[in-house]
Design a protein around this ligand. Structure first.
Ligand SMILES: Cc1ncc(COP(=O)(O)OP(=O)(O)O)c(N)n1
Ligand SMILES: Cc1ncsc1CCOP(=O)(O)O
Ligand SMILES: [Mg+2]
Length: 211
């Protein structure tokens, strides 16, 4: 049987996905504890400094900092984890990521991709896109709440993340499915007041414990 990747928190809560060290710094300062650096379509050497700085910030704030795509740099600078999509899986050295002790998050869009992801025993499984999104061109249709719920039934005991078109207004219905985390880009980066949006999303995902 394939060895599992290291576990992460069962519920990752609010998971902003951002494209700069500046966003990483301001969101960690705002209280976010799961976050991803996602810079697209660069060579490793072009993003190396940003990846190094983001990972250092993640450690400083004791946060779960995932690096999207650049798995070699994530290993070099000892990130908390790496996020990979299905196409990334065709080229990444998963054994090197596992040997380095990094967590692994995987994207899925349908049952076949879920089968493939489950076989790899990642740290979390992302499901998307849930709603239409302007942030990334998607070849598939949005899966919606009913399909998300159906997929979650296969994922008992696995850390799960929903992504795609999740606005502040839609977050409650997504969280009501029982998914462990909501990953968001524009709900924060395009918000008229990013700090207010972040605080509201944090409150939704991390309800205060009552005695
Ligand atoms: C949490 C999370 N879920 C999905 C993705 C998308 O990853 P991928 O399919 O590899 O697409 P790109 O982000 O690389 O364009 C993600 N980054 N994070
Ligand atoms: C990176 C990614 N992967 C699937 S949807 C998406 C973008 C999500 O962005 P938004 O939260 O703005 O819809
Ligand atoms: Mg990718």
């Amino acid at each position: 049987m394939t060895a599992a990747f290291p576990s992460t928190a069962p519920r990752l809560g609010l998971y902003p996905v951002v494209d700069s060290v500046e966003w990483i710094a301001r969101l960690l300062e705002a209280g976010v504890r799961t976050i991803q650096l996602r810079i697209k379509d660069c060579e490793d050497h072009e993003v190396e400094e940003a990846v190094r700085e983001a990972i250092a910030l993640g450690k400083q704030y004791r946060a779960r900092l995932f690096i999207n795509d650049y798995w070699r740099l994530a290993i070099r600078y000892n990130a908390y984890g790496v996020h990979l999509g299905q196409e990334d899986l065709d080229v990444a050295d998963l054994e090197a990521i596992r040997q380095a002790g990094l967590r692994l998050g995987l994207s899925t869009h349908d049952d076949a991709e879920l089968d493939r992801a489950l076989a790899l025993r990642p740290s979390y499984i992302a499901l998307g896109h849930i709603f239409p999104t302007q942030t990334k061109e998607m070849p598939s249709e949005p899966q919606g709440i009913a399909e998300l719920t159906r997929h979650l039934a296969r994922l008992e005991g696995i850390s799960t993340v929903a992504i795609g078109g999740i606005s502040l207004a839609r977050a409650p219905e997504v969280l009501a499915t029982g998914v462990g985390s909501i990953a968001v880009v524009s709900a924060i980066t395009q918000a008229p007041d990013w700090l207010a949006a972040t605080k509201e999303l944090l409150a939704l995902t991390e309800p205060t414990v009552t005695a």
